[in-house]
Design a protein around this ligand. Structure first.
Ligand code: APR
Ligand code: PHB
Length: 391
């Protein structure tokens, strides 16, 4: 088989890229190790910056997001029992974010791909990438016991943090930058109305908590837990009890509890691989970088990577290599700003088990400064809604 772009991974990065290339008349095949149901079963954040919303419109998959997504103009920081609103729209000249679950977005992308008759190979096993250092790369995989090979012009590594593409790059050609945090987020999804119209990020002595939502009837809550915790040890009742202890009386009065639909613990990590291009193979999304979820940047970075990659590939087929040559540097500039923001939000809002008392006081003072200073709140708002995209 032959295609122009072989995309590895059918998460948001691979699916959005596939859609953008299709709109531009560039042929692509997606290889995904899992089943569609498995991909849809992963519960992840869903706060979209305006750049991501615009990109989904451009990809032709924005209609349900506009109908069912919830535009948010601000969020609350709850610090030591006191609320401070971050007025996103007021502080950024009217910018806002869109709350729309990644599961729904993935479903829209899958439906659009199927409707356009585009090829996705699910349950593609033993995917391997070859000869991306030359001009004729190819990808091999096994499907239903039979071996296949795809010749292509380019390989797009959209296969997430544990994927095969980054792992196939020679060690001396790639540098990794990493920070692992000594805690995770225990998340619970429930068919209950959200406790508040807007998200609440809470810092307490018992640890961080977040009140988020998927719709007017479905809520997503998180509490910070030590990495040693096991989800089996958290009954729904224990989760709700711990969440209550981290909220204020106003939230507790409104909190509606109910059985969990999903409950899991996710460790927090910051990670960047440099560069993101290796000859004719590009990394995009979680394959190249991970942010802790505190700033809600993961999906947005995936979207801006593939925005940049799709434009670079379109330029290549129109006769210029300038875009593919600049891909890595352009993406990394934006990625590092989101990495910095996510790390900063994480440092400010969590309880660290072994922090030096001086540093803990300094972080507390920084958070106090941020919420009480217009400049501080503006910095937080500007980063949260997404920094402008530099074309
Ligand atoms: N072969 C084929 N597919 C693979 C392989 C492989 N060897 N390894 C991984 N995959 C698939 C995974 O099964 C997954 O469906 O690649 C996909 C990668 O998807 P994601 O992990 O969702 O990564 P990405 O598309 O970059 O999306 C980033 O996900 O983690 C969140 O916060 C993050 O919202 C952001 C988004
Ligand atoms: C979520 O809704 O899952 C969510 C929202 C905001 C975050 C992280 C996760 O910062």
């Amino acid at each position: 088989m032959r295609t122009q772009v072989a995309i590895v991974g059918a998460g948001p990065s691979g699916l959005i890229l596939g859609q953008l290339l299709h709109k531009a008349g560039i042929d692509a095949v997606i290889l995904e190790a899992q089943t569609p149901e498995y991909v849809l079963g992963r519960i992840r954040a869903g706060v979209l910056e305006q750049v991501a919303v615009d990109l989904l419109d451009e990809a032709g998959v924005g209609s349900r997001m506009h109908a069912e997504g919830l535009p948010h103009d601000g969020f609350d920081l709850l610090i030591g029992g006191v609320r401070h609103r971050i007025d996103l729209a007021g502080l950024t000249g009217g910018k806002r974010v869109m709350v729309y679950g990644q599961t729904e977005l993935t479903r829209d992308l899958m439906d659009a791909r199927a409707a356009a008759g585009l090829k996705t190979v699910y349950e593609a096993k033993d995917v391997s990438v070859h000869d991306f250092g030359g001009t004729r790369p190819h990808v091999r995989y096994v499907k239903d016991g039979a071996a296949h090979e795809i010749d292509c012009d380019f390989i797009a590594g959209c296969d997430g943090f544990h994927g095969v593409c980054r792992a196939s790059v020679p060690k001396n050609a790639i540098a990794n930058f990493e920070r692992v945090y000594p805690f995770g987020w225990l998340g619970l999804l429930s068919e209950t109305p959200p406790v508040s119209e807007e998200l609440i990020y809470a810092k307490t002595e018992r640890g961080f908590a977040l009140c988020s939502m998927r719709s007017h009837t479905r809520s997503r809550y998180y509490v910070q837990v030590p990495l040693t915790e096991k989800v089996e040890n958290w009954s729904d009742a224990k989760f709700w009890d711990e969440l209550r202890r981290r909220l204020d009386p106003q939230a507790n009065e409104r909190l509606v509890t109910g059985p969990s639909i999903e409950k899991s613990i996710a460790p927090l990590r910051s990670f960047v691989a440099e560069p993101m291009r290796f000859g004719r193979m590009f990394l995009a999304g979680d394959a190249a970088h991970i942010v802790p979820p505190t700033g809600a940047k993961g999906l947005n970075l995936a979207a801006t990577d593939v925005r940049c990659l799709s434009r670079a590939l379109i330029e290549f087929y129109a006769g210029s290599e300038a875009g593919i040559d600049r891909y890595s540097a352009r993406c990394l500039r934006r990625i590092w700003k989101a990495e910095r923001f996510s790390w900063w939000m994480t440092m400010l809002l969590h309880t660290f088990p072994d922090t030096n008392p001086f540093e803990q006081r300094a972080l507390d003072a920084e958070l106090d400064y941020v919420v009480h200073s217009l400049a501080g709140r503006t910095t937080m708002a500007e980063n949260y809604v997404g920094l402008p995209f530099e074309d």
